[in-house]
Design a protein around this ligand. Structure first.
Ligand SMILES: *Cc1c(COP(=O)(O)O)cnc(C)c1O
Ligand code: SF4
Length: 345
């Protein structure tokens, strides 16, 4: 007999797709939709969307894997997930103050693929590619070609970390670091592991959300092998992004001793309401993830139509505080070039 309490303990796994039935993540990545018209067709958006989608695609190419597409409501141009990935004609508009490198990252690279802006932690561009191309991305104009390091260049970055004993945390970033192969990542993490003053390995990634099958045995192998404390900062902007497969992937990460946090970007038409942000925090917690940052949009050229005014952002967060427990409140921050940390609003 199933007692009431054991029924409550049962995890809501019913919709989870068994891992063995899903294509490997590499196959899913290779088969991602890269054609703006195909994206429109698959989501039943009529021909009026084509010219805008193609114009935007010329500036920053479309990329949407099937697993993410499956969470978008067909025929609904205002779907919050669709808005993150569908190119629009507005991306071609020049807006004062919106520039190619809003964070001036190019000025803080002591070695190719290494960004050292904040005390105690460095950011390594571990892969130039992403599993999904987000239209608001502040790196949409980033010169990844120049920042996709070879092994020799990795050695230069590793040497920078070895020499500076104030560095305690290595952050793998990108692009998406988990778009790199497990062989490359294992190589890199093994070397980071051997640097005595490093305490933590942090991974900034959207891949476990976009293609949950990325969290496979090969990944858990190198992740479990390191002595470094592990933090993964996911990037999720809307509750609908978290399906049962994402929850299953997060559970595997938690079981491997990874602390899970989330950063979101405040985006007009995606999550700019108290209801959407509250639902996101609640859903994150169901997946074992704590909200970390809520970023205001970086002023990158082509993304001005996503902007939420500061006044509205503050009001939203004040409203959120009235409905959420404190531990589910993300910190509203802005990145200001030259500052020693993210700046709270
Ligand atoms: C955001 C960021 C970090 C991490 O900052 P935290 O406040 O520790 O999350 C580190 N380096 C760079 C260059 C960053 O942009
Ligand atoms: S996954 Fe992150 S880095 Fe990649 S396009 Fe999206 S926001 Fe940009």
């Amino acid at each position: 007999m199933i007692t009431r309490s054991s029924a409550l303990l049962q995890r809501p796994d019913r919709e989870a797709r068994p891992l063995s039935l899903q294509a490997r993540w590499q196959t899913q990545l290779a088969r991602a939709i890269r054609d703006p018209r195909e994206l429109c067709r698959r989501l039943r958006l009529d021909e009026t969307f084509w010219p805008g989608a193609e114009r935007g695609h010329d500036l920053f190419e479309v990329r949407v894997p099937e697993a993410y597409l499956a969470r978008i409501r067909p025929g609904d141009p205002s779907d919050p997930l669709l808005r993150q990935v569908l190119p629009l004609a507005e991306e071609a508009l020049a807006t004062p103050g919106y520039v190619a490198d809003p964070l001036e990252e190019a000025e803080h690279a002591p070695a190719p693929g290494l960004i050292h802006k904040y005390a105690g932690r460095v950011l390594l561009i571990a892969s130039p590619a992403c599993a999904v191309n987000c239209r608001y991305c502040f790196r949409r104009h980033f010169p990844y070609e120049e920042n996709a390091p070879s092994r020799a260049q990795w050695d230069e970055s590793l040497e920078h970390i070895r020499r500076d004993t104030t560095i305690h945390e290595a952050i793998l970033s990108g692009g998406d670091p988990l778009a790199a192969s497990d062989r490359q990542l294992a190589w890199l993490v093994e070397r980071l592991d051997a640097i005595p003053h490093l305490k933590r390995l942090r991974i900034h990634t959207r891949l476990p959300v976009v293609i949950p099958e990325r969290i496979d045995d090969a990944l858990l192998g190198w992740l479990s092998a390191t002595r470094l404390q592990k933090v993964m900062v996911l990037h999720i902007n809307h509750a609908n992004e978290i399906d049962e497969a994402v929850i299953a992937a997060c559970r595997r990460l938690s079981d491997a001793g990874v602390t899970l946090l989330n950063q979101s970007v405040l985006l007009r038409g995606v999550n700019d309401s108290v209801e959407a942000l509250a639902a996101l925090s609640e859903r994150l917690f169901e997946a074992g993830i704590l909200p970390y940052y809520l970023h205001v949009l970086d002023p990158v050229a082509g993304a001005a139509h996503f902007d939420v005014a500061d006044l509205d952002a503050r009001e939203l967060v004040a409203g959120l505080r009235e409905v959420l427990p404190g531990f589910l409140m993300p910190r509203l921050v802005r990145e200001i070039p030259g500052e020693r940390s993210k700046t709270p609003l």
